[in-house]
Design a protein. Structure first.
Length: 424
């Protein structure tokens, strides 16, 4: 397949430049102000208004297969991702069987090979059974086949167990991607222990349940030399702990999600589509997360795409399952609420969604240059639309952004030079 893209606004790392891009045999063959080529199978004219960027990478998604295909499948999840401009996703191990051995991992990777429409990189669990306790997996047996190790959904409760996991991961050159939550500090909660919680007689999850475990783990990462990535941070204290650890030279990176940057607990409604873990925190926490984005403490924006059935999300804040979908709203929400408002630049958003995820997790690509893989997406930043979950490609429809009017829409996704989504 030979593709020629004309008159695109091409991401060049620190700026966008108008250029033509020629793609051959899955790679970027040439970039120039004007390219004349008669042998292209297809020519796309971007008319000086569409932005060509490295495909997004989401380092935190739940595709639910094997074990929970009624919530999502590899096929439906990657189709939703491709439509949203993602060319790679990293899947969390909340599965049945959990990927805690090469045999169990193969159940998942066989489905990925058969059904995925974009690149899918699985995490293996840290502990056997992904329990956050007990015994560690055989890291050496799994390291070469996974993007990293995580017990997402559970925090590793024992300091000694996490120390051992970090020592083993460091020996393998692997990364731990940690869901940080101290079960003893959850207090039976299911939303943030804040003003809304008190006013409506709910049970709250303390901020300490997150940031104290991050503090413990940063100390362990400093001790062991392990590469340590923190999932979905949501509190101001978490930002502060990670900022200080980075200044000390700890090999720590972190992510947050679009909902934590654009919503807080005052936005809560008595509806399961506002329930996730960690929960929406206070406005003070949200502002601290924005500061963490601005100063580079927060490296990545990931979605924590976590689909459930309609029935599982219809039981209100107390009884609905934790988790919302995020792939199909991530860029538009962030572009509308952060870029169009002048909080961050489009270039910084692309770095956090496309470039840094690749750099941190060792995924090829991230630059539009000669010889690079043609894993690309094209964004129409002027396209206006309204979030309608009934139109999602994901099986999951629970989103706190339902009804939001947004700007920005992906219109083309290329994986290794092949069109995997087109809506031009």
């Amino acid at each position: 397949m030979i593709l020629l893209i004309k008159n695109a606004l091409v991401f060049k790392g620190s700026r966008f430049e108008k250029s033509d891009v020629l793609i051959k045999r899955g790679k970027i063959h040439a970039i120039a102000p004007v390219i004349s080529y008669d042998g292209a199978n297809h020519i796309f004219d971007f008319k000086d208004k569409y932005f060509l960027i490295p495909g997004f990478v989401d380092v935190h998604v739940h595709l639910r297969e094997p074990g929970f295909s009624y919530k999502e499948t590899i096929k439906t999840g990657t189709e939703a991702a491709a439509a949203s401009g993602y060319t790679a996703v990293c899947t969390m191990p909340n599965l049945n069987p959990p990927p805690d051995s090469p045999e169990n991992l193969k159940v998942q990777t066989d489905i990925i090979k058969r059904d995925a429409v974009i690149d899918v990189f699985p995490f293996a669990s840290i502990t056997k059974g992904r329990k956050g306790s007990g015994t560690c997996v055989d890291f050496a047996a799994l390291a070469g086949s996974v993007i990293g190790f995580s017990d997402d959904g559970n925090g590793v409760q024992s300091e000694d167990l996490m120390r051992l996991a970090m020592q083993e991961c460091a020996a393998q050159g692997s990364i731990i991607s940690a869901h940080c939550e101290d079960d003893a500090l959850r207090n039976g909660g299911y939303i943030h222990d804040g003003e809304y919680c008190m006013k409506h007689s709910h049970k709250g999850i303390s901020s300490e349940s997150e940031w104290l475990q991050i503090q413990r783990d940063c100390t362990l990462a400093e001790e062991t030399g392990c590469r340590y990535h923190v999932c979905h941070i949501s509190t101001k204290e978490s930002v502060d702990v990670i900022r200080k650890a980075k200044r000390r030279g700890v090999r720590v990176t972190c992510e947050t999600a679009p909902h934590y940057l654009t919503l807080c607990d005052s936005d809560l409604q008595e509806d399961g589509r506002f329930k996730m873990n960690p929960p929406l925190r206070s406005e003070e926490d949200r502002k601290a997360l924005i500061e963490g984005v601005l100063d580079g403490t927060i490296d990545i924006i990931a979605t924590d795409h976590a689909p459930h059935s309609a029935e599982e999300k219809s039981l209100g804040l107390e009884k609905s399952q934790m988790g919302i979908v995020g792939l199909e709203t991530a860029f538009p929400v962030l572009y509308t609420k952060l870029v169009r408002t002048g909080i961050i630049s489009l270039e910084k958003l692309v770095r956090m969604m496309s470039v840094l995820p690749r750099e941190i997790f060792g995924i090829e690509g991230g630059a539009i240059e000669q010889g690079a893989p043609a894993d690309l997406c094209a964004i129409d930043t002027e396209r206006e639309w309204t979030v309608k979950p009934s139109e999602f490609l994901s099986k999951g429809t629970a989103t706190p952004f339902e009804g939001w009017k947004l700007h920005g829409k992906n219109i083309l996704t290329l994986l290794k030079g092949e069109v995997v989504y087109e809506a031009i």
